[in-house]
Design a binder for this molecule. Structure first.
Ligand code: COA
Ligand code: AMP
Length: 626
């Protein structure tokens, strides 16, 4: 190790110098004089006193520097068989005029705008337009149902919703407008503006609801000038699942975010200005925010935005087609997508049909990259397959193999080494560092580097209690794992009740809340069990109220429908098992981890705090491997 060790050490020994250097990649209105404001630990702020505009950094400055005719965004929809390319100059025009349309509705600095859009260019345009006028966007994934949308509208205090007539899923259309109306009816303070992008493929339009049509809004608008914001002003709020049913509003600032993403595009992903990069995620997730929209545009690269699936749209060659048609140099996707491709095309015969000559790296994150999938992809693609580990809260990689810095060894099953700026440690329950090879809680020393969460939206208490109070001086990631003797981290999974389904983060608590509301259910537990394709899937265990008789199939059908209507299709809740009782500790805590171990056929220790051992034995008899 050479360049990596030097850079990592510099980031730890001289963080001021390191992050002021990195800040030179950004165009500031008032450049930062200092990097870190550490006047109120454990809360930290980056680049105090500096000002900028994020959309100028993503668009205007590249046009000014002569990149106006270079593609900024290539939209490729396998769902409708269309492609559209926006040059930097074109994207800037679209963003400025949509920002003008928002401003004309009285939306400005500090206001919150909920964006509920499928994977169409308007999603990126709306996000950047908010950034231009200093409004905060809060993007909600299209797979969430009305009540989840309502929770986010309310928590953010949104003044506007930007949406479309709908999304396209294989074999069906998803009509957004009835869901938006239901969400607004459910929410306490209805947003005053709803702007609708009409998609001819999906029924419903703004006129049906008395809302504003996107095209009409922009036809009447003047381009908006960028607004100067403080580096520490929030750019967006993105909700993610916590251990309770209430999602957490992760707040991202403007300055640290721009610096960190630009740094990561080059140093982690090894992408240069002018190159074509593709993150196959959705704008509703943090990967979409950081690496479909902001990261690539901040450095003047070309970003591919794909509407479709890895398989079935139309086949398992879909990803290879996009890579070859657009000259993609690196793809970022979730291991589930690779597993889906492998399952459909184990010999990768589709791959031979495409020119993959520009392609040099496959990046995977969002869930554990299992060695089997890693070896398959490495062999078939013949390029480095690079795992990296991070979360919505951090906004960019915590642990990675930094391809732009140095070609370090890649070890199957490990996302590699701590990224500069992150002091990663593995500690036991008391907070003491454990030796290499020993599993423990993965924590990061404070302050976290720029670009990581500035807090939770209007909830400092929850920020402190969820992340900062378990181990003073450290940020709790919620994952467990271990370091090997070479300093490579192995992430084993969550140590809380958050599960990861197809790279999507879900709270078992929120699914339990829906299941428990069924009149036949006395109590329930939802556990993330192993799934060959999606990594994990939620599985419900239900105790019926005494005297209730209901057929298992009827109960299952009803619960699946309820979860779909309350949380959304994304919950992929399909398994329901009726059990006699749930195993608990004497203080009444359900032993979810032990249940998962039983179902997954893993060894488990009987906790000393167990209330009634026979419940566990019965469960093992019913659910354990036969
Ligand atoms: N809007 C509305 N519904 C959506 C949706 C969206 N944006 N995205 C998914 N859904 C629905 C699907 O239609 C499906 O509904 P169904 O129950 O009616 O079939 C359900 O949510 C589950 O979707 P999905 O997880 O996509 O499962 P699938 O079985 O349809 O497809 C894969 C399997 C592997 C192809 C798919 O999970 C996949 O592409 N995974 C990779 C995901 C990824 O990139 N994650 C990383 C995010 S950083
Ligand atoms: P999200 O906030 O949705 O990005 O989910 C973050 C969580 O996904 C992490 O806390 C991990 O549990 C899991 N995760 C993300 N990337 C990886 C990875 N490369 N390896 C293992 N787990 C991962």
């Amino acid at each position: 190790m050479g360049a990596y060790v030097d850079e990592f050490q510099r980031s730890i020994d001289q963080p001021e110098e390191f992050w002021l250097d990195a800040a030179k990649a950004i165009d500031w209105i008032t450049p930062p004089a200092t990097a870190l404001d550490d006047s109120a630990p454990p809360l930290y702020r980056w680049y105090p006193g500096a000002t900028l505009n994020t959309s100028v950094n993503a668009l205007d400055r590249h046009v000014a520097a002569g990149r106006g005719d270079q593609p900024a965004l290539i939209w490729d929809s396998a769902m409708v068989g269309e492609q559209r390319t926006f040059t930097y100059a074109e994207l800037l025009d679209e963003v400025a005029v949509f920002a003008g349309a928002l401003a004309a509705r009285g939306i400005g600095k500090g206001d919150r705008v909920v964006i509920y859009l499928p994977m169409i260019p308007e999603a990126a345009i709306a996000m950047l337009a908010c950034a231009r006028i200093g409004a905060l966007h809060s993007v909600v994934f299209g797979g969430f149902a009305a009540p989840e949308l309502a929770t986010r509208i309310d928590d953010a205090g949104a003044v506007a919703v930007i949406t479309a007539s709908g999304g396209l899923e294989p074999g069906r259309t998803v009509e957004y407008l009835p869901m938006v109306r239901a969400a607004i009816e459910l929410s306490e303070a209805a947003p005053s503006t709803v702007i609708v992008k009409d998609r001819p493929q999906v029924a419903g339009s703004a006129a049906d609801y008395g809302w504003l049509d996107w095209e009409e809004a922009v036809a009447a608008a003047e381009p908006a000038a960028p607004v100067e914001v403080a580096a520490t002003d929030p750019l967006y709020v993105l909700y993610t699942s916590g251990t309770t049913g209430k999602p957490k509003g992760v707040v991202r600032d403007n300055g640290g975010h721009a610096v960190a993403l630009a740094w990561s595009m080059r140093n982690v992903f090894g992408i240069e200005p002018g190159e074509t990069w593709w993150a196959a995620s959705d704008v509703g997730w943090v990967v979409g925010h950081s690496y479909i929209v902001y990261g690539p545009l901040l450095i003047g690269a070309t970003s591919v935005m794909y509407e479709g699936k890895p398989v079935g749209t139309p086949d398992a060659g879909a990803f290879w087609r996009v890579i070859s048609e657009h000259g993609v140099v690196a793809l970022f996707t979730a291991p589930t997508a690779i597993r889906a491709i492998r399952k459909a095309d184990p010999e990768a015969t589709e791959l031979a049909k495409y020119d993959m000559s520009a392609f040099r790296t496959l990046f995977a994150a969002g869930e554990r990259l299992d060695p089997d999938t890693f070896f398959w992809a490495s062999e078939k693609l013949g390029v480095p397959v690079v795992d990296h580990w991070w979360q919505t809260e951090t906004g960019w990689p915590i642990v990675a193999n930094l391809r732009g810095l140095e070609e370090m060894e890649i070890k199957a099953g490990s996302p590699s080494v701590p990224v500069p700026g992150y002091r990663v440690e593995v500690v036991d329950a008391e907070g003491a560092q454990v030796p290499a090879g020993t599993e423990g809680n993965i924590v990061v020393g404070l302050p976290l580097p720029p670009g990581t969460l500035a807090g939770l939206w209007r909830d400092d208490d929850r920020y402190r209690s969820s992340y900062l109070s378990a181990f003073p001086g450290y940020y709790l990631t919620g994952d467990s794992g271990y370091f090997d003797a070479d300093g490579y981290l192995y992430v084993l999974g969550r140590s809380d009740d958050v599960i990861n389904v197809a790279g999507h983060r879900l709270s078992t608590g929120s699914i339990e809340a829906v299941v428990a509301a069924h009149p036949a259910v006395a109590e329930c537990a939802v556990v993330g069990i192993r799934d060959d394709l999606k990594g994990q899937r939620p599985s419900g265990y239900v105790v019926l109220k005494a005297g209730v008789e209901i057929a298992d199939t009827d109960l299952r059908e009803a619960l699946v429908k309820m979860v779909r209507e309350e949380i959304g299709a994304v919950a992929t809740f399909r398994d329901v098992t009726v059990v006699q009782a749930l195993p608990k500790t004497r203080s009444g805590k359900i032993l979810r981890k032990t249940m998962r171990q039983i179902v997954d056929g893993e060894e488990y220790a009987v906790p000393s705090t167990i209330e009634d051992r026979s419940v566990l034995d019965e469960l093992a008899e019913q659910l354990g491997p036969k």
